[in-house]
Write a protein that binds this ligand. Sequence first.
Ligand code: SF4
Length: 464
Amino acid sequence: MSMFEDLPVDVGIIYEGERIRGREMQIELGGPREDFKFELVQALALDEIEDGKMEIIGPDLPELPEGTNTPFGMVIYVAGEAIEKDLEGVVERRLHEYVNFIEGFMHLNQRYDIQLRLSKKSYGKGFNSFRILGDVLMRLYKSEMPFIEKISITFMTDPAAVEEWYSKVMEIYESRDARARGMKDNEVDVFYGCSLCQSFAPTHLCVITPQRYANCGAISWFDGRATAKIDPKGPVFEIPHGECIDDVTGEYDGVNDVIREKSLGEIERVQLYTAFGYPHTSCGCFEGCAFYIPEVDAFGVVHRNFRGETVNGLNFVTISDLTAGGRQVDGFHGLSIEYMRSPKFMQADGGWERVVWMPVDIKQRILDFIPPEMVEKIATEEDVASNEELRSWLIEKEHPIVQRWESALAEPTEEPGEITVPTLEMPAGAFPIQGIPSGMGFRIILKNAKIKAEKMVIKADSGR
Ligand code: SF4
């Protein structure tokens, strides 16, 4: 049943998770083919907003050619006695939910990464103006977040306007993120959980700590705190973290209790700062992924806007498919760019000393947060194009991972020529194996296999 009977399409929770394929779409707003796209919420004073005002800068839906994509920006201004700046990020993130409530409208990702699609079917039913989208959003925001007393929305499809705003909004995101830097996990008693993406990945829960920003890059610990206070029944809630079981991996008994409950028992434990064992789950909205490269026993990192192939020949979509879905997949770690600025970034796996490859534009964005001695040792797509080239690069640059290879070779195995691999559960698909040093003549390819083993022993082929 529709929430609003006077609109040309239904609006309701049943449409969340609806996918609109390329051949079904009337128009794509933003998306991977557009360099400039964004959504932004700004909190203003009550007297700075004309309630209900809508503006469209650029062509409206009927003027956009069917089946094409366009640059897109959306700025939402909100005001209310109880509204503070810390709420902007969470009010903004609710766009993901509200747009997806609309029949024939799909919303993916967040901030500067958004991809929205309107279906031909809903357009044909009369959803033919951004004003209808604005109307739905205003009604939902005011009914679901009653602390919003006034709201106005500006939509942009004019390419020059979107591009001009883009640099401004990137600065706003950066200053928002910077507020949460410097605080430590052990300085607080509570973390925050977000279950907003459970409609797409029912076993996923983001755990947001001062030193681990949400995977989507849209919610900091401060944002979580402000939201849980003002909207206690919403998807963002307090997690008293309880006893710290392991400070290095980032495991807490209170977090495990909540994860177990919210994933209906599917996920037993979560370790926040590792990609192995019990890694934090990923829904699919992450800004980027760290992925294990067994050939060099180290990690690459790729983000959503990287359009080429990573150093191991996989693109973002393939890596993302291996990571997403609320599962715990050894060697894959969904993450936000802001988490890469955290001193706890993958600390249990070796942190920056275990990172060997990333796209040049992420490297530039976080340059000031990479330890200076590592900057020149981490390769990009401009330096290497294959694992073989990467290996030579790491040796030439004296990357610390090279010492790790040497230590692994020096460690005695159970019998000469044998390597014991830790307990593994592998999902279907090609999969890296931790613990096999590179350059020893092993090649294991598992395709469409699901294997559970307590132990695996690999013997070097003696030729007999
Ligand atoms: S990625 Fe995580 S924090 Fe972001 S909306 Fe989804 S569940 Fe919430």
